[in-house]
Write a protein of this length. Structure first.
Length: 188
């Protein structure tokens, strides 16, 4: 009788342990899902904000613009995003937008004129944040900091692929004349 009682008690404790463990595991899964939804919502909000900024920004840059940006506490892209706040989405937006100055593509959305200060700011930012694609950004920006744009089409397509691009794959690098015409058209 005593053995049966101990056996039943052990079974009850085991069942309670399995129930409690399953409950805690499922509770953790729910938190992970909620955390994933919050992250997805934050990324979507950031993409929406970038889209709005893309429509407002001129894209071309002068030394005077950079001075005004500094005085206002803005980054070299004229936005209030600080280095410590840079995300993969921001890096992709800035690099992609700058690459448009150098590449041939059927469609181009967004433009940021390439400037050494912008490139250096992004390179410096890589030392302040942890990003999933840091090596990709560093490799591209390092080449660009040395005025090497010979593979700008590949650089564009690398970022374009990270963004899930479907239209506007780069098919070559613009000549100096084509590039100047593109930049001139962006400032009109």
């Amino acid at each position: 009788m005593k053995k049966a009682f101990i056996f039943i008690l052990c079974l009850l404790l085991l069942a309670a342990g399995v129930y409690w463990g399953t409950y805690k595991w499922l509770e953790g899964e729910g938190e992970d899902v909620a955390k994933g939804e919050k992250t997805a919502n934050a990324e979507e909000a950031e993409r929406d904000e970038i889209q709005k900024q893309r429509e407002e920004i001129d894209g071309t840059i002068t030394e005077e613009d950079l001075t005004v940006f500094k005085e206002k506490g803005l980054n070299p892209f004229g936005e209030d995003t600080k280095m410590e706040e840079l995300t993969d989405i921001r890096y992709q937006e800035y690099i992609h937008g700058m690459s448009h100055q150098k590449v041939k593509a059927s469609k181009k959305w967004g433009f940021y004129e390439i400037h050494p200060e912008r490139i250096q700011w992004l390179l410096d930012g890589l030392d302040k944040v942890d990003l999933a694609n840091e090596k990709v950004y560093r490799d591209i920006l390092k080449k660009w900091s040395e005025a090497n744009f010979s593979s700008a089409d590949d650089d564009h397509n690398t970022i374009w692929n990270l963004q899930g691009g479907t239209v506007g794959r780069a098919i070559g690098v613009l000549s100096a004349e084509e590039e100047q015409k593109y930049v001139d058209n962006q400032s009109e």
